[in-house]
Design a protein. Sequence first.
Length: 209
Amino acid sequence: MSYREKMRADVDTYYSTEYFERLGGPEAVIRVEFPHTAWRELFIGCLPANRQLHLVYEQGDPYFDDRDIVIGLLKQIRDEVKHAREFSNLAEQFGVPCDLVHMEPENHEKLIEQTRAAVEWEKPHYVAAGFQCSTEIMAAFMIENMADYIEPEYPDVATVLRDIASDEGDHVHAGRLIIKRFSAPEDFEQMEQIAENKYTAAKAVLKAL
Ligand SMILES: [Fe+2]
Ligand SMILES: [Fe+2]
């Protein structure tokens, strides 16, 4: 099974109707899941992409051959900021304070650890192996499952979520482009290890729900 298929199956198993019901229904899903998702969109979405931009600037050819990657990453950062604001605005509409400057979601330390694990690499394709080509795919599946669950009660909110999930294809594309252009065969083992570690950690988080 590919990572993509494994992630789909894990998300369907753990980020499921059963979990959403346990939270207390559609409104509870919005109130509980949206604030930390807003945090993730902002920090886990933007900081690794920003790091890649810096690494591509230093190690690549930002004004000519790698311009497509620069533009892809800038678009990703713009999208993630938008996603974060959408989640935080929706949370606030449902009465949960979610100011992105001041909020500290539950498990803040753990979320920071996850962000560091995605950001702190010296090569842009190492970041991609643990980010766009791994946990970001999982995050999109999670957003789709939330959309499916809340749709009957809150169709407008579900539409926002589906639009967010549909941006993810572009982000995965940016990550693939980086891997294709920057990685060499001697990097493959390390990239595989990074992807495996990220997958195992993300699955553990889902399983603990
Ligand atoms: Fe996003
Ligand atoms: Fe994304």
